[in-house]
Ligand binder design. Sequence first.
Ligand SMILES: [Zn+2]
Length: 440
Amino acid sequence: MDVPQGVFKSSQKLKNHQLKYLNRLLEITYKENEFYKTFYRRKRLIFPKKINSWEEYAKLPLVSRKDLQYDYEKHPPLGRNINLKQMAKVKIRRTSGTTGRSLYFVESEEDRKTKFKMLQRRYGHLGVDDKDVIYMFWPPDMYEFHAEVFMSLGATVYMTDLIPDIEIIKNINRQKINNIFLSPSHAVQLSHIVAKEKVSIDRKIKRRFFLNGEPGGFDWQFRKKIKEVWNAECVNIGGASELDQIFTECPQSPGYSHLAEEFLLCEIINPDTLKPDLVGELVVTALWKTGSSFIRYRTGDKVTMVGKKCRCGNVTTLIEGGLQGRMDQAINLNSALIYTNGVEAIIRRYFEIIDYRIEILNINERNFFRIYIETDKLNKRAQNKMLWELEAYVYHRPEIKIVAPGTFKSNIWKTKRIIDSRNNKIKSILLSTPFLKRWV
Ligand SMILES: [Zn+2]
């Protein structure tokens, strides 16, 4: 794909660009991709070689992760969602599997080149340049590629592992690090080390925290604390392994993000009626991918459209925050649908909480949340405020237990913090967690 340089300021130009690459994608997919051909045949549809209008596009069937997984199981080792005749100069990747079973996909040589330019464009727009010294708390498979992109923009990159410790904080001062790529949990953990070890952070340096991987990064209370401790502004970026970039927070409209519609054809649908909606599941077609295809692919992620243009002039769709949780993580609790990442975002507002686990239980026919929080100094007033906010969100008074700092020791990327123990076949690991006191 020829990666567009500037942002699209005309919707018509964006649409023309999308249609051009949609048709290229259909052509590529038609040639070799046995998964799509069979999938469409089964739906009694002819795989289209060309699409002329969005009405035609909207008639293409939706593809879910389950459909691809089914194909993969029937056709090992990789499934049939492959557009290449020969598997040369390709990278076989798989999704992380944090939200279900993993999925394999092929990244062609062209895909890697496009991805490089796509990320270069994203970080270039965000202002990354030769004045930036970057620290990355990312898993190895992500940071190598991104580090190359940052270096191409002139930045200096410090690689690190995922364990925040005092040495890292000293280095942030010594090396004059002004950009840190990390998850909201890492940001909290680093800040706690600063407080505990009484290190003074050089506040003359203006910093940026690029947040990714977990909910909580959009919360203004969380951001206020980051500003206080680090003199850092937060920018949220988001994606998925099989699609890469999905959204980037707009520096001119903090709290809102642009969908990467230069690369993805995006729709938001109601997951029950499958009709377009302002709030619902994000469905995408990855216009730039040539190794494996994702056409009207249900991401499973919930997004909320803002419904107006952004002040920055970029015409791509503006959404509230970023990805607001997995649709399949919505829990039906006492007839109310609750998104667990909303619960996580509330907890993240309280900076005194180092880590947490959320358990959903059913005891004596009663469904409820039990939340373990790792903290040693959440005061009574904050405790009550948090409880009140949680109660308003989950429609019942959750049970909260305080555990000692260091109990959970989760330094890995995308730690699983939600455990649904209602199905008694899965025995909760939390039942044996020693807790300091029962709070509520
Ligand atoms: Zn904007």
